[in-house]
Design a protein around this ligand. Structure first.
Ligand SMILES: [Zn+2]
Length: 226
């Protein structure tokens, strides 16, 4: 329980007081900050609406002439709200955060190339190296390689789309266990471990594909400029 800095009513931690609407600034998880249960599937337009509505109600300008305590709570609440919105609107960062909340943080050393991507990643990096070399040596060859790399870029886009579909399916399977705040513990052991493993592997795959995509874009940009 937490006390509202304005009306002093005791209540469950939340962004805004249930009684008087003052900012409370309590330490909340990012789902709770937006008043959401810990569901992985989230409608982006609804998220946007919630964010703007709460943002208006907690905005520091509204509390400019209030006590330091209230102004401070409004600032902290606004920062929390922004962090919640940015983290939860992207399905990948939402999945990573959700795993962390449930005690399955993706290891920081999880940087190795997922096995099923290794060959494609190797080929892409070779293409990029060739393109860098050709840029200095031969305009014709560089032109041809740019085409190949652009094709690779489209292939990566398709792979990211596929992985995001897999991610949405994984999310839906978790969300099918509706016990509030107990999704992980409500799925039986073996099933749960398999789902966690799958979720981690999809998230790593997307993170990896995004990094490779950025590398390619950078190279295509400088090829353009050359
Ligand atoms: Zn209050």
């Amino acid at each position: 329980m937490i006390k509202c800095p304005s009306c002093e009513r005791d209540q469950e931690p939340r962004l805004l007081c249930a009684q008087c609407g003052a900012p409370i600034g309590a330490g909340l998880d990012l789902f709770a900050a937006l008043g959401l249960t810990r569901k992985l599937t989230l409608d982006p337009s609804r998220l946007e609406e919630i964010y703007h509505e709460l943002g208006r109600r907690i905005h520091p300008d509204r509390f400019a002439s209030d006590s330091i305590k209230l102004r401070d709570a409004s600032l902290r609440g606004t920062a929390l709200l922004t962090r919640a919105y940015r983290t939860l609107r992207d399905p990948v960062s939402r999945g990573l955060y959700w795993l962390e909340l449930n005690g399955h943080k993706l290891a920081d050393n999880n940087k190795s190339v997922p096995a099923d991507l290794a060959e494609m990643v190797f080929e892409a990096q070779e293409q990029l190296a060739d393109l860098r070399t050709a840029r200095d040596d031969s305009a014709g060859r560089a032109e041809q390689l740019r085409g190949e790399v652009a094709e690779r870029r489209s292939e990566l886009n398709r792979m990211i789309d596929d992985a995001r579909r897999e991610l949405a399916e994984n999310f839906a399977r978790w969300d099918a266990h509706p016990e509030k705040d107990a999704y992980v513990s409500s799925v039986d052991g073996a099933n749960r471990d398999a789902l966690v493993k799958e979720l981690k592997s999809i998230l790593s795959k997307i993170a990896y594909l995004r990094t490779l995509t950025r590398d390619i874009d950078r190279e295509l940009d400088s090829a353009q400029a050359a």
